[in-house]
Design a protein around this ligand. Structure first.
Ligand SMILES: Cc1cc2nc3c(=O)[nH]c(=O)nc-3n(C[C@H](O)[C@H](O)[C@H](O)COP(=O)(O)O)c2cc1C
Length: 296
Protein backbone atom coordinates (compact mmCIF):
# COMPACT_ATOMS: atom_id res chain seq x y z
CA UNK A 1 0.00 0.00 0.00
CA UNK A 2 1.37 3.42 -0.97
CA UNK A 3 1.14 5.82 1.97
CA UNK A 4 -0.80 8.91 1.03
CA UNK A 5 -0.27 12.15 2.95
CA UNK A 6 -2.65 14.24 0.84
CA UNK A 7 -4.98 16.33 2.92
CA UNK A 8 -7.50 19.11 2.56
CA UNK A 9 -7.38 22.10 4.86
CA UNK A 10 -9.08 25.48 4.43
CA UNK A 11 -10.37 24.15 1.07
CA UNK A 12 -6.77 23.76 -0.11
CA UNK A 13 -5.51 20.41 -1.37
CA UNK A 14 -2.12 19.81 0.22
CA UNK A 15 0.32 17.04 -0.75
CA UNK A 16 1.03 16.61 2.97
CA UNK A 17 0.05 18.33 6.23
CA UNK A 18 3.44 19.96 6.92
CA UNK A 19 3.54 23.74 6.46
CA UNK A 20 6.36 26.24 7.00
CA UNK A 21 5.08 29.03 9.29
CA UNK A 22 5.18 32.74 8.52
CA UNK A 23 8.37 34.60 9.37
CA UNK A 24 10.88 31.79 9.21
CA UNK A 25 11.53 31.41 5.46
CA UNK A 26 11.06 35.02 4.35
CA UNK A 27 9.69 34.93 0.81
CA UNK A 28 11.38 31.67 -0.17
CA UNK A 29 14.79 33.17 -0.95
CA UNK A 30 16.62 30.08 0.39
CA UNK A 31 16.17 26.35 0.90
CA UNK A 32 13.60 26.14 -1.89
CA UNK A 33 14.21 22.38 -2.30
CA UNK A 34 12.86 21.78 1.22
CA UNK A 35 10.03 24.32 0.85
CA UNK A 36 8.82 22.56 -2.29
CA UNK A 37 8.43 19.28 -0.40
CA UNK A 38 6.06 20.90 2.14
CA UNK A 39 2.28 20.85 1.81
CA UNK A 40 2.33 24.65 1.88
CA UNK A 41 4.52 27.62 2.73
CA UNK A 42 3.34 30.76 4.52
CA UNK A 43 5.49 33.75 3.62
CA UNK A 44 6.59 36.57 5.94
CA UNK A 45 3.78 38.88 7.02
CA UNK A 46 3.31 41.84 4.71
CA UNK A 47 2.14 45.22 6.01
CA UNK A 48 0.98 48.25 4.01
CA UNK A 49 4.09 50.36 4.64
CA UNK A 50 7.60 48.89 4.46
CA UNK A 51 8.97 48.11 7.95
CA UNK A 52 12.63 47.92 8.91
CA UNK A 53 11.83 46.15 12.16
CA UNK A 54 12.86 46.77 15.75
CA UNK A 55 16.34 47.73 17.02
CA UNK A 56 18.82 44.97 17.92
CA UNK A 57 19.33 42.76 19.87
CA UNK A 58 16.04 41.27 18.80
CA UNK A 59 16.49 37.53 19.29
CA UNK A 60 17.25 35.55 22.44
CA UNK A 61 17.74 31.78 22.23
CA UNK A 62 16.93 29.39 25.09
CA UNK A 63 17.07 25.60 25.14
CA UNK A 64 13.27 25.66 25.60
CA UNK A 65 12.46 28.19 22.89
CA UNK A 66 13.28 31.62 21.57
CA UNK A 67 12.17 35.18 22.10
CA UNK A 68 12.07 37.47 19.08
CA UNK A 69 11.19 41.09 18.53
CA UNK A 70 11.86 41.24 14.79
CA UNK A 71 9.01 43.72 14.46
CA UNK A 72 7.45 42.54 11.19
CA UNK A 73 10.38 43.59 9.01
CA UNK A 74 9.05 43.44 5.43
CA UNK A 75 9.20 45.45 2.19
CA UNK A 76 5.54 46.56 2.30
CA UNK A 77 2.85 45.32 -0.03
CA UNK A 78 3.78 47.55 -3.02
CA UNK A 79 7.45 46.55 -2.94
CA UNK A 80 6.60 42.87 -2.70
CA UNK A 81 7.07 42.91 -6.47
CA UNK A 82 10.83 42.63 -5.73
CA UNK A 83 10.22 39.27 -4.06
CA UNK A 84 8.01 37.74 -6.73
CA UNK A 85 10.96 36.03 -8.44
CA UNK A 86 11.62 34.05 -5.24
CA UNK A 87 7.96 33.38 -4.47
CA UNK A 88 7.52 31.98 -8.01
CA UNK A 89 10.20 29.35 -7.42
CA UNK A 90 8.06 27.90 -4.64
CA UNK A 91 5.94 25.33 -6.42
CA UNK A 92 3.85 24.11 -3.51
CA UNK A 93 0.76 25.87 -2.11
CA UNK A 94 1.71 29.51 -1.49
CA UNK A 95 0.04 31.38 1.37
CA UNK A 96 0.54 35.12 1.83
CA UNK A 97 0.40 36.48 5.37
CA UNK A 98 -0.89 39.99 5.94
CA UNK A 99 -1.46 42.43 8.75
CA UNK A 100 -3.22 45.78 8.65
CA UNK A 101 -2.82 48.30 11.43
CA UNK A 102 -6.40 49.39 10.88
CA UNK A 103 -9.43 47.44 9.72
CA UNK A 104 -9.53 49.38 6.42
CA UNK A 105 -5.82 48.87 5.81
CA UNK A 106 -6.23 45.10 6.16
CA UNK A 107 -8.66 45.05 3.23
CA UNK A 108 -6.43 47.32 1.10
CA UNK A 109 -3.46 44.96 1.60
CA UNK A 110 -5.54 41.90 0.69
CA UNK A 111 -6.73 43.56 -2.53
CA UNK A 112 -3.12 44.48 -3.46
CA UNK A 113 -1.98 40.91 -2.79
CA UNK A 114 -4.79 39.63 -5.04
CA UNK A 115 -3.35 41.74 -7.87
CA UNK A 116 -0.12 39.70 -7.79
CA UNK A 117 -2.20 36.63 -8.79
CA UNK A 118 0.36 34.32 -7.29
CA UNK A 119 -1.02 33.28 -3.90
CA UNK A 120 -3.32 30.30 -3.30
CA UNK A 121 -4.63 31.54 0.05
CA UNK A 122 -4.19 34.23 2.68
CA UNK A 123 -3.32 33.95 6.36
CA UNK A 124 -4.62 36.92 8.32
CA UNK A 125 -2.11 37.77 11.02
CA UNK A 126 -4.55 38.81 13.74
CA UNK A 127 -1.84 39.45 16.29
CA UNK A 128 -1.81 43.20 16.18
CA UNK A 129 1.44 44.50 17.67
CA UNK A 130 0.09 48.03 17.84
CA UNK A 131 -3.05 48.07 19.92
CA UNK A 132 -3.17 51.88 19.82
CA UNK A 133 -4.04 51.84 16.13
CA UNK A 134 -5.61 48.41 15.71
CA UNK A 135 -9.25 49.09 16.61
CA UNK A 136 -10.18 45.67 15.26
CA UNK A 137 -7.96 44.13 17.89
CA UNK A 138 -10.12 45.03 20.84
CA UNK A 139 -13.49 45.91 19.35
CA UNK A 140 -15.22 42.63 18.43
CA UNK A 141 -17.82 44.40 16.24
CA UNK A 142 -15.08 45.98 14.16
CA UNK A 143 -13.25 42.66 14.01
CA UNK A 144 -16.38 41.00 12.60
CA UNK A 145 -16.95 43.77 10.05
CA UNK A 146 -13.32 43.58 8.98
CA UNK A 147 -13.43 39.79 8.57
CA UNK A 148 -16.63 40.02 6.52
CA UNK A 149 -15.04 42.69 4.29
CA UNK A 150 -11.98 40.50 3.84
CA UNK A 151 -14.26 37.55 3.05
CA UNK A 152 -15.96 39.60 0.34
CA UNK A 153 -12.67 40.79 -1.12
CA UNK A 154 -11.48 37.32 -2.23
CA UNK A 155 -12.74 33.92 -3.27
CA UNK A 156 -9.47 32.35 -2.14
CA UNK A 157 -9.28 30.54 1.21
CA UNK A 158 -8.77 32.73 4.27
CA UNK A 159 -7.02 31.51 7.39
CA UNK A 160 -7.15 33.47 10.66
CA UNK A 161 -3.93 33.22 12.65
CA UNK A 162 -4.71 33.99 16.26
CA UNK A 163 -2.62 35.10 19.17
CA UNK A 164 -3.18 33.03 22.30
CA UNK A 165 -3.42 36.28 24.30
CA UNK A 166 -7.08 36.94 23.62
CA UNK A 167 -10.37 35.44 24.60
CA UNK A 168 -9.71 32.53 22.25
CA UNK A 169 -13.16 30.95 22.06
CA UNK A 170 -14.86 34.33 21.52
CA UNK A 171 -12.49 35.06 18.62
CA UNK A 172 -12.90 31.61 17.07
CA UNK A 173 -16.68 32.01 17.14
CA UNK A 174 -16.40 35.33 15.28
CA UNK A 175 -13.97 33.80 12.79
CA UNK A 176 -16.36 30.87 12.12
CA UNK A 177 -19.40 33.18 11.82
CA UNK A 178 -17.59 35.36 9.27
CA UNK A 179 -16.93 32.44 6.92
CA UNK A 180 -13.17 32.15 7.44
CA UNK A 181 -11.93 28.74 6.27
CA UNK A 182 -9.45 27.79 9.00
CA UNK A 183 -7.66 28.99 12.11
CA UNK A 184 -3.94 28.82 12.80
CA UNK A 185 -3.32 28.29 16.51
CA UNK A 186 -1.10 30.26 17.38
CA UNK A 187 1.30 33.12 16.99
CA UNK A 188 3.89 33.71 19.75
CA UNK A 189 3.30 34.45 23.47
CA UNK A 190 4.60 37.80 24.76
CA UNK A 191 7.66 37.40 26.95
CA UNK A 192 10.64 39.18 28.52
CA UNK A 193 14.24 37.98 28.97
CA UNK A 194 16.61 39.44 31.58
CA UNK A 195 20.41 39.53 31.68
CA UNK A 196 20.97 39.44 35.45
CA UNK A 197 24.72 40.05 35.16
CA UNK A 198 24.33 43.24 33.14
CA UNK A 199 21.05 44.02 34.93
CA UNK A 200 19.43 44.74 31.57
CA UNK A 201 16.63 43.57 29.34
CA UNK A 202 18.03 41.18 26.77
CA UNK A 203 15.90 42.56 23.91
CA UNK A 204 16.27 46.18 22.85
CA UNK A 205 12.48 46.24 22.61
CA UNK A 206 12.14 44.69 26.14
CA UNK A 207 9.23 42.50 25.01
CA UNK A 208 9.37 39.74 22.43
CA UNK A 209 7.32 36.86 21.05
CA UNK A 210 8.08 33.54 22.72
CA UNK A 211 8.01 30.42 20.53
CA UNK A 212 9.45 26.92 20.50
CA UNK A 213 9.13 23.74 22.56
CA UNK A 214 8.12 25.59 25.75
CA UNK A 215 4.75 26.59 24.23
CA UNK A 216 3.83 23.20 22.77
CA UNK A 217 1.71 21.86 25.66
CA UNK A 218 -0.18 25.18 25.86
CA UNK A 219 -0.95 25.16 22.14
CA UNK A 220 -1.85 21.46 22.21
CA UNK A 221 -4.48 22.13 24.85
CA UNK A 222 -6.17 24.71 22.60
CA UNK A 223 -5.92 22.63 19.43
CA UNK A 224 -7.80 19.90 21.30
CA UNK A 225 -10.38 22.22 22.91
CA UNK A 226 -11.15 24.24 19.78
CA UNK A 227 -11.40 21.03 17.75
CA UNK A 228 -13.95 19.65 20.23
CA UNK A 229 -16.08 22.79 20.37
CA UNK A 230 -16.00 24.33 16.87
CA UNK A 231 -16.54 23.18 13.31
CA UNK A 232 -13.52 24.75 11.61
CA UNK A 233 -10.25 23.39 10.21
CA UNK A 234 -7.35 23.82 12.61
CA UNK A 235 -3.75 24.40 11.64
CA UNK A 236 -1.53 23.87 14.66
CA UNK A 237 1.53 26.06 15.18
CA UNK A 238 3.74 25.98 18.23
CA UNK A 239 6.88 24.25 19.34
CA UNK A 240 7.46 21.64 16.64
CA UNK A 241 11.07 20.62 17.12
CA UNK A 242 10.91 16.87 16.46
CA UNK A 243 8.99 14.93 13.79
CA UNK A 244 6.83 13.23 16.44
CA UNK A 245 5.40 16.66 17.40
CA UNK A 246 3.54 16.82 14.08
CA UNK A 247 1.85 13.48 14.79
CA UNK A 248 0.85 14.62 18.28
CA UNK A 249 -0.92 17.67 16.82
CA UNK A 250 -2.69 15.57 14.19
CA UNK A 251 -3.93 13.16 16.87
CA UNK A 252 -5.36 16.14 18.76
CA UNK A 253 -7.36 17.25 15.73
CA UNK A 254 -5.13 19.55 13.67
CA UNK A 255 -5.55 19.03 9.91
CA UNK A 256 -2.13 20.50 9.21
CA UNK A 257 0.85 21.60 11.28
CA UNK A 258 3.16 24.58 10.86
CA UNK A 259 6.84 24.61 11.70
CA UNK A 260 8.11 27.95 13.00
CA UNK A 261 11.30 28.44 15.00
CA UNK A 262 12.17 24.72 14.70
CA UNK A 263 13.02 25.54 11.08
CA UNK A 264 15.86 27.82 12.26
CA UNK A 265 17.35 25.05 14.37
CA UNK A 266 17.03 22.53 11.55
CA UNK A 267 16.14 23.68 8.02
CA UNK A 268 15.63 20.01 7.06
CA UNK A 269 12.98 19.54 9.77
CA UNK A 270 9.95 19.74 7.42
CA UNK A 271 11.36 16.93 5.26
CA UNK A 272 12.17 14.86 8.36
CA UNK A 273 8.59 15.36 9.61
CA UNK A 274 7.13 14.21 6.27
CA UNK A 275 9.33 11.08 6.21
CA UNK A 276 8.58 10.26 9.84
CA UNK A 277 4.84 10.61 9.31
CA UNK A 278 4.98 8.37 6.22
CA UNK A 279 6.88 5.67 8.11
CA UNK A 280 4.60 5.94 11.13
CA UNK A 281 1.46 5.44 9.04
CA UNK A 282 3.07 2.51 7.22
CA UNK A 283 4.23 0.85 10.44
CA UNK A 284 0.87 1.33 12.17
CA UNK A 285 -1.11 0.43 9.01
CA UNK A 286 -3.17 3.59 9.34
CA UNK A 287 -4.29 6.33 6.98
CA UNK A 288 -3.83 10.03 7.68
CA UNK A 289 -7.60 10.41 8.16
CA UNK A 290 -7.54 7.74 10.83
CA UNK A 291 -5.08 9.64 13.00
CA UNK A 292 -6.46 13.19 12.61
CA UNK A 293 -8.51 13.82 15.75
CA UNK A 294 -8.10 10.22 16.96
CA UNK A 295 -7.73 11.42 20.56
CA UNK A 296 -11.23 12.04 21.87
C1 LIG B 1 11.86 35.10 14.01
C2 LIG B 1 10.37 34.91 13.92
C3 LIG B 1 9.64 35.71 13.06
C4 LIG B 1 8.26 35.53 12.96
N1 LIG B 1 7.55 36.31 12.09
C5 LIG B 1 6.20 36.10 11.95
C6 LIG B 1 5.45 36.83 11.00
O1 LIG B 1 5.97 37.66 10.24
N2 LIG B 1 4.13 36.59 10.92
C7 LIG B 1 3.48 35.65 11.71
O2 LIG B 1 2.27 35.46 11.57
N3 LIG B 1 4.18 34.93 12.59
C8 LIG B 1 5.52 35.13 12.73
N4 LIG B 1 6.22 34.39 13.63
C9 LIG B 1 5.51 33.40 14.47
C10 LIG B 1 5.59 31.99 13.90
O3 LIG B 1 5.01 31.91 12.62
C11 LIG B 1 4.87 31.01 14.84
O4 LIG B 1 3.52 31.37 14.92
C12 LIG B 1 5.46 31.01 16.23
O5 LIG B 1 6.87 31.11 16.19
C13 LIG B 1 5.08 29.74 17.00
O6 LIG B 1 5.54 28.59 16.34
P1 LIG B 1 6.91 27.86 16.73
O7 LIG B 1 6.85 27.56 18.20
O8 LIG B 1 6.93 26.62 15.87
O9 LIG B 1 8.02 28.79 16.42
C14 LIG B 1 7.61 34.53 13.75
C15 LIG B 1 8.36 33.72 14.59
C16 LIG B 1 9.74 33.89 14.69
C17 LIG B 1 10.50 32.98 15.62
Amino acid sequence: MVTCLKTSVAKLNLENPVIVASGVCGFGEENVGVLNKCGAVVFKTVTFEPRSGNPTPRVVDFSYGMLNSIGLENPGVENLIEKIKYIKRVKTIKIASLLGYTDEEFVVILKKLEEYKIFDAYELNLSCPNVEKGRWFYDKKILAIMLRNLREATKKPLIAKLTPEIDIEVWVKIVVDCGIDAVTLFNTYTGIAVDYEKRKFRLANKYGGYSGPGIKPLVQRWVYDIGKNFNIDIIACGGVLFPRDVIEYLLLGAKAVQIGSGYFRNPQLPVECIKFLTNYLKKEKLTLDQIVGALK
